[in-house]
Design a binder for this molecule. Structure first.
Ligand code: TXA
Ligand code: MG
Length: 318
């Protein structure tokens, strides 16, 4: 069973030997291995039961190191990196040959980010290789935002979980790629579209689908709890279930239709940052509650509300 601890040296030792360690980041916990070692990468896919057509994000600790992994770092990427790294931003850039094809699922771009967490930055600074790290959850399930989330689901498959406390952002990074030198958002995430647009002007947001060849991992059904998950309209649910059989995830106001003890509020004050931090952990709590189905209200379609709605829609798309 995995040990939860704060020993960076222990984590470093395991990684140097090609093993895997769960690492904290400000967004979600990652399942990390040496990004340049095929055996480590293979283990990541196996432990997560992740299909190999879904590429991984490579984590590093400086812009300089990031540059050594790509063949081009355009001025727009430089600007974004300077402003948002270390932080919840992932850039898609043309990869160097040293990045194994397994990491990028055969694509010629690699996803790179510098995570903003002191203990993981310390680890990355000590290592002379970057870390490939998808979210540390079984494929298709909700991402972990606490060490115990990782232990519950992957504890029997890995040796060590580096404890960095609760994730401060709580949702995965915003992924930005470039098409004809223009930035394009491939995945909504911890840095809002509004914040990105303040820097680079209007950006296109790619809609996710099950057949988006350029972001094969952005499957529509994802981030899902085990229980049936619904959004949009609660009325059809009320014809099929008794109110006490429904668990609800709300934002600001509580629902009249469901007992209050079955409701978790992302943010009573209607604060997007607080809601983002609570999202995945509350989805997990609802999954463990003695209810039959989960209903979630969508947030206003702006700021981090957009990224939260994206995850809620995907959870409901089963
Ligand atoms: O916040 C995060 O990004 C977290 C933490 C651990 O850093 N990581 C994370 O990784 O969310 P993962 O594997 O759960 O999601 C990575 C996503 C996948 O959906 C994949 O499709 C996309 O990144 N991706 C990776 N490389 C890509 C590429 N070259 N082109 C397009 N999409 C890519
Ligand atoms: Mg994931």
């Amino acid at each position: 069973m995995a040990q939860i601890g704060r020993d960076v040296w222990q984590a470093e030792k395991i990684l140097l030997h090609g093993g895997l360690v769960a690492i904290p980041t400000e967004t979600v916990y990652g399942l990390a291995g040496n990004a340049l070692n095929i055996d480590s990468i293979t283990k990541i896919f196996q432990v997560k039961k992740r299909p190999t057509f879904d590429p991984l994000i490579v984590h590093t600790s400086s812009i300089e190191k990031a540059k050594s992994l790509v063949v081009d770092f355009p001025p727009m990427a430089q600007k974004l990196a300077e402003l948002f790294w270390a932080g919840a931003l992932t850039l898609l850039l043309p990869k160097q040959l040293i990045i194994p094809d397994l990491v990028t699922a055969g694509l010629d771009t690699v996803a790179i980010r510098i995570p903003n967490h002191p203990i993981t930055l310390q680890l990355l600074t000590r290592l002379d290789f970057p870390l490939a790290a998808p979210s540390a959850n079984p494929f298709g399930y909700i991402s972990p935002t606490k060490p115990t989330h990782v232990k519950q689901q992957l504890g029997d498959k890995i040796a060590y979980i580096l404890d960095g406390g609760d994730c401060k952002v709580g949702i995965e990074s915003t992924i930005i790629g470039f098409e004809n030198d223009q930035p394009v958002i491939f995945r909504l995430g911890g840095i809002s579209v509004e914040k990105i647009e303040q820097v680079v002007g209007k950006v296109k947001v790619k809609s996710h689908s099950t057949s988006n060849p350029q972001s094969p991992g952005s499957l529509k059904s994802h981030y899902a709890p085990i229980k049936p998950f619904f959004i949009n309209d609660i009325k059809p649910l009320l014809t099929r279930y008794r109110p006490h059989q429904i668990g609800a995830l709300v934002f600001g106001e509580y629902l009249k239709e469901v007992p209050s003890k079955n409701q978790l509020n992302l943010s009573v004050a209607g604060d997007f940052i607080e809601a983002t931090k609570n999202l995945f952990s509350m989805m997990r709590q609802l999954d463990q509650m003695s209810v039959k189905v989960i209903y979630a209200t969508l947030l206003p379609e702006k700021n981090l509300g957009r990224a939260i709605n994206d995850r809620l829609r995907r959870a409901a798309a089963q």
